[in-house]
Design a protein around this ligand. Structure first.
Ligand SMILES: Cc1ncc(COP(=O)(O)O)c(C=O)c1O
Length: 384
């Protein structure tokens, strides 16, 4: 699909061409474990489903186009995708710099699994460019950044950290899950790889797990394809199909998520029971200018301070339209308590270090009617 086509045209048509054998407008789910070969060494490009599957190929073509990369490889979850990056591009004695406030499962994997294999990790505030520069070592291979961060909504300047990584001979990998390719394009800003938990906005309907690594260099494609075959944590054809279905409406969903996010953030900021709202769309957010430069919108992830664990508990018990649960990026609004849910593994000390309090509540604003969400939050906050 030509480069000049717009985002939605690509989302709906790249990899989503009609099925050549039947004309079906929707990519079929190829539920097969193997492929019949005509004779020894003669086949149609598919040999065994762990190695490749036509539904998966189509999704990988689509996601590579949406992120502006040259390849994409999908895995059974976001964490399986992160694991694949480490398996492909790190070996004993290598060093990775990770943002100090990323999705909690990422440092859990690094510290509790990979550190046992002699890989070194440093955690830095990647919004602080001097700190990133200082953390670079001769053996640094990857700089792992999530922007905005979860749940504190701190941004990292992708173009600047890409320069630092490249100057030190390392590659920049950006977890773009929070923004989706519609609102942020890390590769255009200099990132080498982009990761998504497709579980979130790309799928968009909270009905499947998945992860993707979009690459920009031949060695990304070669190694990640090899790792799909070697380790086998691939995405099933059905879940590939769910994501192919989901991305068709990504642009319109993100516009609505963004619009609702602004309305809910404004409401929360003006509510007398809410002490503070973390949202990059406020003109007084310390990185508002960077947010405007780097992102096409502000997204729908908002964190607000209720003042105490007890207050958070009281309000979360009362929500009716918003659903209390982990995850984000679905059409339905999800509300969660980072200190006891997504970031429990950080421990009290770790949470304190990054400024994550017990009173914080995170909301992934869905695409319901904003007025209903606001009314629901208003009645829930009355419980405080
Ligand atoms: C920003 C981010 N990255 C990665 C992950 C991990 O993805 P998964 O749950 O699909 O393994 C998550 C999960 O919540 C996430 O929020």
């Amino acid at each position: 699909m030509k480069k000049q086509f717009g985002f939605s045209t690509k989302a709906i048509h790249v990899g989503q061409e009609p099925d050549p054998s039947t004309g079906a407008i929707v990519v079929p789910i190829f539920a097969t474990s193997t492929y019949v070969q005509e004779e020894l060494g003669k086949h149609k490009g598919y040999e065994y489903a762990r190695v490749s599957n036509p539904t998966r190929t189509r999704l990988e073509q689509n996601l590579a186009a949406l992120e502006g990369g040259t390849s994409a490889h999908v895995f059974s979850s976001g964490m399986a995708a992160v694991t694949a990056v480490t398996q492909c591009f790190l070996k004993q004695g290598d060093h990775l710099i990770c943002g100090h406030n990323v999705y909690g499962g990422v440092p859990r994997l690094f510290n509790e699994v990979l550190a046992n294999y002699g890989v070194e990790f440093s955690y830095v505030d990647t919004s602080d460019l001097a700190a990133v520069k200082k953390a670079m070592r001769r053996n640094t291979r990857i700089l792992w950044v999530e922007t905005p961060t979860n749940p504190l909504m701190v941004l990292t300047d992708i173009a600047e950290v890409a320069k630092i990584a490249h100057a030190g001979g390392a590659e920049l990998a950006v977890d773009n899950t929070f923004m989706s390719p519609y609102l942020q394009s890390p590769i255009a800003l200099g990132a080498d790889m982009v990761m998504h938990s497709t579980t979130k906005f790309l799928n968009g309907h909270s009905d499947g797990l998945g992860g993707v690594i979009v690459g920009t260099k031949p060695h990304h494609s070669e190694k990640l394809a090899f790792m799909q075959k070697a380790a086998g944590a691939i995405l099933s054809p059905f879940e590939c199909w769910l994501v192919l279905r989901g991305v068709k409406s990504l642009a319109v969903r993100m516009v609505k998520h963004d619009e609702n996010g602004r309305a809910v953030a404004d409401f929360l900021r003006n509510h007398r029971k809410v002490k503070k709202v973390l949202y990059p769309g406020f003109t007084d957010h310390p990185q508002y200018e960077l947010a405007r430069r780097q992102m096409k919108g502000f997204g729908s992830m908002i964190t607000f301070e209720t003042g105490s664990l007890n207050n958070a508990k009281k309000m979360l018990r009362k929500v009716r339209v918003c659903s209390l649960g982990e995850s984000l990026g679905g059409v339905e609004t999800l509300i969660s308590h980072p200190a006891t849910m997504t970031h429990a593994a950080l421990g009290e000390k770790g949470r304190k270090q990054i400024g994550l309090t017990d009173g914080m509540v995170r909301i992934s604003v869905g695409i319901e009617d904003a007025a209903d969400l606001i009314a629901d939050l208003d009645q829930a906050l009355a419980a405080i």
